[in-house]
Design a protein around this ligand. Sequence first.
Ligand SMILES: [Fe+2]
Length: 386
Amino acid sequence: MPIYQQLGTIPPKRHTQFRKTDGGLYYEELFGTIGFEGMSSLLYHTWRPTQVKSLGEPYDVSPRIAVTNNMTMRKLIGFDVKPATDYLESRTPLLVNRDLILGLAAPSGGPMSYFYKNADADELLFIHRGSGRLRTPFGQVPFTYGDYVLIPRGTIYQIEFDGADNRLLYLESHSPIYTPKRYRNHFGQLTEHSPYCERDYILPRNLETRDEHGDFIVKIKKQSHIHPVTYETHPFDVIGWDGYNYPWAFSIHNFEPITGRIHQPPPVHQTFQTDAFVVCSFCPRLYDYHPLAIPAPYNHSNIDSDEVLYYVDGDFMSRNDIAQGHITLHPGGIPHGPHPGAYERSIGKKETQELAVMVDTFRPLMLTEAAMAIDDGRYFGSWGET
Ligand SMILES: [Fe+2]
């Protein structure tokens, strides 16, 4: 996230005295990555952010794995994941490996009574239905349908929804989530050939400075456990901050598709990168314009990755019997391609309205018990002639 931001009041020089009106000091915190070498921000707290009052009993939230070695094409009926009032309980892990957790959530609740921090993983939320705001010490990040919300590991947050009908795709990534390196120049700026640019970022705003003492429970996720920690002061007591490491959002509707005379390979849809997987956005776009073009994708063998597609909206040109909220999994090692008739059907088509999010993982994915509960069980045979 190489874009410098500043919100609230900060001292003119870092690591120097910064005083309140009563003469007391604000308390500086470095919030950084990759030791002291990566992106970081400096936050100025009203109170010391280290005042632990009590520790709750940790509890295990490890995904329950049902299928460890998967070589089966799968279709999961994502909207069958049940709504839950509590945000964390609503999060249902479906596909996992040692690099990430991919899941769906249908949170229906109001304001959270606790704060949450993922100490293990960057989080990426994709908002399929609903709107609201992420509340953090950096300010609020508003979100609505089609937004990716990126939350760097260690960010304390609450999430508020405007209504009860919310659907999220979420990722927990043990490898930091960045913009694709090939779209960044030597200075970190997104280049002219990037499908989106810094102007599209939804940045934190409405800084909350809550000067409050009490019992503030932060549920900290670490090593697949939730550790409830009660703090003396409100986590959102920041008077100002600056730096490069903070939560932000980006709308899939602002992704500008790259098209060509003939079929463009999936990397043109890439939106984010990590060391362990990529995230791509399939957006409404004009089709290939060579006179003999076949807009549907060719069959391909994804030897190096498992491919996950989450279907968001529109008509899914290469697939039959696909609806919103479905997830398909095409495991590495066997070829996949358009459904029967889709290849031929695509010829002469000028555009598509499809909207989908793809996650390609470099290591195989395992399926959880929750995933198998919404597996249609027949998808693997859907390329047959009959
Ligand atoms: Fe594919």
